[in-house]
Design a protein around this ligand. Sequence first.
Ligand SMILES: C[S@@+](CC[C@H](N)C(=O)[O-])C[C@H]1O[C@@H](n2cnc3c(N)ncnc32)[C@H](O)[C@@H]1O
Length: 227
Amino acid sequence: MSFSATILTLYPDMFPGPLGMSLSGDALARGVWSLEAKNIRDHGLGRHRTVDDTPAGGGPGMVIRCDVLASAIDANVPLDDPRPKLLMSPRGRPLTQSYVRELAAGPGVVIVCGRFEGVDERVIEARGLAEISIGDYVLSGGEMAAMIVLDSCVRLLPGVMGKEASGTEESFESNRLEYSHYTRPREWEGRPIPDVLLSGNHALIERWRREESERITRERRPDLLER
Ligand SMILES: C[S@@+](CC[C@H](N)C(=O)[O-])C[C@H]1O[C@@H](n2cnc3c(N)ncnc32)[C@H](O)[C@@H]1O
């Protein structure tokens, strides 16, 4: 069974967007994963297909209505759908590589993309949406955040990356940032490739990479070492 993604959005034309290119695009074309983007507005109210309303208690902006979003979810996601239902949200659980691995190992995801001030809290509770954040900053909508979730999952699916190992040595696997990479030319603008990488001694190369990885992590993200 392939990994399947259902996106609920006010902008379905944004998909597959960049996910239709490169690794994820090839995998999509080969059927390694599937993607459908559904328009929340199809479930909007009245002649104008209204999806939002003013916030209870006042304040700026608009909020996506719970009844409209629930109709969109119910029409597109069967009750016994085993896929986790995610809501992109800056308040959510931070997306990490271990969480990405967990999602990629499952049957797929349903992702709700917020807009405006966000969505009415009651639909989050009633439909069991798990709020996920891609970082401590605010985007104007959940679509690009959803693409980030999907891109990070899809590249881990079997047969998507050329070499299985390239997925397991990367940054954040085992709470370390990756060592530095080099390729030809051997010397460029007076900067040589570190000798050890040209030594052919695999044990030494592995040790150098492990130490580089530790050093870079200590300098840039000491919080990772404490995890
Ligand atoms: C303008 S934001 C709403 C921000 C919200 N009023 C708040 O302060 O938390 C609109 C939508 O963008 C998406 N979004 C914004 N920042 C995000 C982030 N860091 N991670 C995931 N989704 C985000 C969410 O779907 C959100 O509902």
